[in-house]
Design a protein around this ligand. Structure first.
Ligand SMILES: Nc1ncnc2c1ncn2[C@@H]1O[C@H](COP(=O)(O)OP(=O)(O)OP(=O)(O)O)[C@@H](O)[C@H]1O
Ligand SMILES: [Mg+2]
Length: 298
């Protein structure tokens, strides 16, 4: 059942209604199936549990991932907002810990395919959002499609999820290379997922592998290690229960790791306020649809 949103519940009372810059974090990977959606959902939940006002944008335009993972059945999505059939507020669905979810716009393949009226619609939709946010997490699709690069370029922070498979490192490198060479991004946050036995060392080893490849072929890329999330059967069980692991198994190893990573994210420098608002993210998103050198091969 679609859930009605109680905006007061979604906005704990200690929040002041002042315009603050929004931290926009795109979660990407190159390779599919490494855990982007689980990382997005659980990190968003962990941040929301610390009192942050969090919105999660399901930017996997082809598939409805986040709602499936959380057992939500939204009646409308971003597509209806773009077409002017709904306001953004009308399509928002409440997720764990009061976070707000923008369901995926299935039916749209690329930002660049949107009509000018739809661009105006999405900018208006986000700038008219009546409740302030601290963090916007963007769960992107796998691959190097231009919708993925558009979302990464528009975000202030790109988190690349890797796991211990050769294809994961290769594809993460391919993503970083495209974002760096074609779009000028220089800084990437690296999260190691599905490491064995809560082993930070395995995460660090994966990180160093990626640093080695990037150092060799890309001159001005800076990678920062965010931390590791263990392979955790309880996370899989939570997925089966259509819940975030933060809620289903709060003391599981994965939930602990997400809480640690959320507290590290909280210490990252905030974007400068002049260009930090949500509407600038959306403007950058729309603009980035047009000057991609060419659509990446599917
Ligand atoms: N830390 C983890 N421990 C155990 N299983 C995990 C973990 N992270 C992800 N998984 C499992 O891996 C699978 C893929 O996860 P998820 O859907 O989040 O990946 P994705 O990168 O978003 O995939 P896609 O590229 O298709 O969007 C799921 O079955 C999920 O339950
Ligand atoms: Mg996904």
């Amino acid at each position: 059942m679609p859930q009605a949103i109680d905006y007061h519940a979604a906005r704990p009372s200690q929040f002041q209604d002042v315009a603050v810059p929004v931290r926009v974090l795109a979660v990407s990977s190159g390779k599919g199936g490494v855990g982007k959606t689980n990382v997005s959902v659980n990190l968003s939940t962990a941040l929301a549990q610390t009192g942050k006002r969090v919105m999660l944008l399901d930017a996997d335009l082809g598939l409805a991932n986040v709602d499936v993972l959380l057992g939500l059945q939204p009646r409308a999505n971003l597509y209806h907002v773009l077409n002017g059939e709904k306001t953004l507020e009308e399509v928002l669905v409440q997720g764990p810990a009061g976070m707000l979810i923008v369901p995926a716009a299935s039916g749209i393949a690329r930002m660049a395919d949107l009509e000018p009226a739809q661009h105006a619609g999405i900018i208006r939709a986000f700038s008219e959002l009546s409740h302030p946010l601290d963090v916007l997490v963007v769960d992107t699709a796998a691959g190097l499609h231009d919708s993925v690069t558009s979302f990464c370029r528009a975000a202030q922070e790109v988190m690349v999820v890797v796991c211990d498979e050769p294809a994961s490192i290769t594809d993460a490198y391919a993503l970083i290379k495209v974002l760096n060479r074609d779009h000028g991004l220089m800084r990437f946050r690296i999260l190691a997922n599905m490491v064995r036995n809560d082993n930070e060392d395995e995460g660090q080893t994966l990180f160093r592998k990626l640093v080695a490849v990037c150092d060799r072929f890309l001159e001005d890329v800076i990678l920062d290690y965010v931390g590791a999330v263990p392979h955790d059967e309880l996370l899989r069980k939570a997925v089966q229960r259509r819940q975030s692991v933060m809620e289903a198994y709060p003391s599981s190893p994965a939930a602990r790791a997400f809480r640690n990573i959320a507290s590290r994210i909280d210490q990252w420098p905030m974007p400068r306020s002049a260009r930090g608002g949500i509407e600038f993210f959306v403007e950058r998103l729309i603009n980035s649809g047009f000057d991609d050198p060419e659509p990446a091969a599917s």
